[in-house]
Design a protein around this ligand. Structure first.
Ligand SMILES: [Zn+2]
Length: 262
């Protein structure tokens, strides 16, 4: 007899991979204003429709070695990575929350963040459809979920969003240019609505840290200097996902360390 947990985790992984595959469609088509339902997936090189047996998340990319079955043109590894990433985060969320309301909330949050991160990477935009519905779903979640507080959700939403808005405004007064987009402000408000007020300092500090490391590396690589554009959404998203899963532990490690040092 195998532990039924194993089957549940496999199922969660498969659902994550399928939603990762759907996220790939959204990431590619939504910014172009195309339907995410029709037409069926096709090769971007030879335009042939991909038969369902070559459209299996994760596996198809591996079996076809990242190439179109018909014309052998390369299929970006990103499709594969998004599916693996989504599936892995889904399983980690299950391990943390079990089959609770927090788990279903986490799935929506993960799906949204992975999707907007990739859109932000490609187009330097975070569509309002995602951030604004994320905020609404986040507040409704806090109303339904006994493990979350609505006050905390609203404080996270307004103080998180407000803090970033103020930072962007001051930056604008000093440099006369926008340092941070409105999309990033709405994204932090979304994160605050889902993760609560305490998450905000963590998410801002960690995302700035991650973003500046990658920013410096990109600058060194391209030699374009500091005017190079950097999508900030993916770092906010990554920091938010780290907080979602390990946040409480990380914050308590930090507080303990701080108390010992004092
Ligand atoms: Zn092809």
């Amino acid at each position: 007899m195998t532990n039924p947990e194993v089957y549940i985790q496999c199922l969660v992984f498969i659902i994550g991979a399928l939603l990762g595959s759907f996220a790939n469609v959204v990431i590619y088509r939504y910014p172009k204003g195309e339907s995410v339902v029709t037409p069926r997936s096709h090769c971007y090189s030879c335009k042939k429709t991909i038969p369902f047996y070559f459209n299996i998340p994760i596996l198809s990319w591996l079996i076809l070695l990242g190439r179109c079955f018909f014309c052998k043109s390369k299929i970006s590894i990103r499709y594969f990575l998004v599916e693996v990433l989504m599936a892995t985060f889904f399983v980690i969320a299950y391990q943390k929350f079990g089959l609770s309301i927090s788990f279903y909330e986490a799935l929506i949050f993960i799906f949204g963040l992975v999707t907007i991160s990739m859109i932000d990477f490609d187009h330097y935009i975070i569509p309002d459809l995602f951030s604004l519905s994320g905020i609404v779903i986040g507040v409704i979640g806090a109303l339904i979920n006994p493990d979350r507080s609505v006050i905390d959700s609203l404080l996270g939403l307004f103080i998180g969003g407000g803090f970033l808005y103020l930072t962007a405004y001051i930056f604008y007064l000093i440099r006369k240019q926008m340092g941070m987009g409105g999309g990033d402000i709405k994204l932090i408000a979304w994160v605050g609505a889902v993760l609560g007020l305490v998450s905000i300092p963590f998410v801002i500090i960690v995302s700035c840290f991650l973003g500046s490391i990658v920013g410096v590396l990109l600058m060194l690589k391209s030699g374009e200097g500091r005017n190079q554009k950097l999508a900030f959404g993916p770092y906010i998203s990554l920091a938010a996902l780290i907080y979602l899963i390990w946040g409480e532990n990380l914050v308590s490690i930090y507080v303990n360390w701080f108390l010992k040092a004092a």
